[in-house]
Write a protein that binds this ligand. Structure first.
Ligand code: SF4
Length: 355
């Protein structure tokens, strides 16, 4: 039997129409990598991300023009938008006035209490939450000096300091992130912080890397935290098209049985019994099924003798052969199909399942 996941009870906030924390589904986020000032390109990328299941999008706001672009971008998108602000509190004010649904700041690099208060004031006025994003790369100097390095404890101290400041300013619409590039350090920091506060957590491994390293580090770090019930929203950070981030985010949630979106594809690694190019078939199926949203378990197996039995857990499956393969459901062979028609037959069955 699978081990239970006892989700940590956090308070709930809202980013636009998306609830974060409490019993809300763990939301999948991403960040655009277009120039935010380019409204057409940024809106187009957000549309593609919406289609792949992204539920909250963050955009970089490096200058005033980017902050002002948010108004036009918001006109063309459906999901809530978070403005990512570093250093200049005036950009946070401009982004909020442009209609951002949330602000992401690292108070450590925003500056004086007055500047942070100005950000909090605009968040209160516009009714939007703030994500406090503590990052190992930008820790306050005094905390860094006391700990001698950006340790998990140092990250937690920084986060708690910012929470206290927000509380002094009378603001509690907060979401916390406390990321580093090191998996064990990130996990340790989130664990410690979770013991000390019930604000919702945004989890991820920062700058996790390219496809292989990024997926492995994210799956390890995010996966460990989710398995312990920590995390209310997540972002997989990859040096890739952000669509891949969303895809990996859902795969992590699916792998832990937390959320299901779209097909879960089971496929065998092949062995000497496989008589056709299973890799190409599995890749073509993955591509064709990428935008489907109905949760369904699909198996794509390398031989009709062992495949159906090995993939009994699948709702629908195909197992190929040299000339022909089979279509099966819950391990039972339904019919024989010419090899060249296997993929079409599978897609047709998935369409019927969707209905
Ligand atoms: Fe080998 Fe067939 Fe099992 Fe695939 S399904 S690993 S081809 S025995």
């Amino acid at each position: 039997m699978a081990f239970p996941i006892n989700r940590r009870q956090t308070r709930q906030i809202r980013v636009g129409h998306v609830p974060i924390g409490g019993n809300a589904p763990i939301a999948v986020q991403s960040m655009t990598n277009t120039d935010t000032r380019d409204v057409v390109a940024t809106t187009a990328q957000i549309h593609r991300l919406e289609e792949s299941g992204c539920e909250v999008i963050r955009v970089a706001v490096p200058d005033q023009a980017a902050a002002e672009s948010i108004a036009a971008i918001k006109q063309g998108i459906r999901i809530p938008l978070i403005a990512d602000i570093h250093f200049d509190y005036r950009l946070a004010i401009a982004a909020a006035r442009s209609g951002a649904d949330g602000l992401r700041i690292n108070p450590g690099n925003i500056g004086s209490r007055e500047k942070i208060k100005a950000v909090v004031d605009i968040a209160k006025e516009t009714g939007i939450p703030i994500r406090i994003g503590v990052n190992a790369g930008s820790l306050e100097k005094d905390i860094f000096a006391r700990h001698g390095a950006a340790t998990a404890e140092a990250l937690v101290e920084s986060a708690l300091r910012h929470i206290d400041l927000m509380s002094e300013l009378g603001f509690d619409q907060l979401k916390l992130a406390i990321k580093s590039t090191d998996v064990r350090q990130t996990v340790s920091a989130y664990r410690q912080l979770s013991e000390k506060t019930d604000f919702p957590m945004h989890i991820g491994i920062t700058e996790a890397g390219g496809l292989y390293a990024g997926i492995v580090k994210s799956a390890m770090g995010i996966g460990m935290l989710l398995a312990e019930g920590i995390g209310d929203t997540l972002r997989v950070s990859l040096t890739r098209d952000p669509m891949e981030e969303v895809r990996v985010g859902y795969e992590i949630l699916k792998a832990l049985g937390i959320r299901r979106r779209g097909p879960e594809i089971i496929s065998c690694p092949t062995c000497g019994r496989c008589q056709f190019d299973l890799f190409a078939l599995a890749e073509a199926a993955e591509k064709a099924l990428m935008t489907r949203t109905t949760p369904i378990k699909i198996a794509i197996m390398g031989c009709p003798v062992n495949g159906p039995g090995e993939a009994k857990a699948a709702d629908i499956g195909i197992a190929g052969g040299r000339e022909s393969g089979v279509l099966f459901k819950q391990g039972k062979v339904i019919r024989k199909i010419p090899q060249a028609e296997l993929l079409d037959a599978l897609l047709k069955e998935v369409d019927e399942f969707d209905d």
